[in-house]
Design a binder for this molecule. Sequence first.
Ligand code: ZN
Length: 227
Amino acid sequence: MKRTKQTAELRVFISTSDSTCDECGEHLGRGAWITLVTDKGAVCLACADLDHLVFLASGDAALTRRARKHSTLNAVVLKWSRARKRYERQGLLVENEALEQAERECLADSEVRARRREREAVRRAELDRQYIERFAVRVRELFSGCPPGREMIIAEHACLRYSGRIGRSAVAKSLDEDAVRLAVISHIRHVETSYDELLARGYERWEARARVEEAVGRVLTQWETGK
Ligand SMILES: [Zn+2]
């Protein structure tokens, strides 16, 4: 007879009480895996012709979905939860080949994903490198008096902030004169003044900023004019 598409899900229960198979009479003990047959009762997996299936515990949704798809016959495994007063799904009984097929597919997928991540990381690194160069050039253009090498430090820092927001407009905006100026000011504040020390000594941010404002202005002018 041709197998028709399964409508109701086959269910296997992990029994909580001592049970005996109603078909073969075997004593199964506690915690046995049984099926419930309408006018019988507990039936062991061997009698139910399900003992060739392998158990796949819940937890990996993709693996479960694929294993179920590939398995001609499958059964959901349920266990009574005393605490929750309901049956809870423990996993799935599936054909061994189906599980192996599913595992191969999931493995292939994760390899594809890993390769894609690698490609993206390389691309991101390249974009970041280009960005740092452009930003450093902008700093040098606008602040000719900036000590050698500083433009790279400022650019790298700016890149950290920009990284992840790859949009062209975000990049362009961050290269605006005002944006570059803000990045330079922030760098000067941290590196050329006592700002960080003041913060470490417990000054409020606004207070510390006010204290170093003049010093920042002096350095900024030097860098801008190159004098
Ligand atoms: Zn039996």
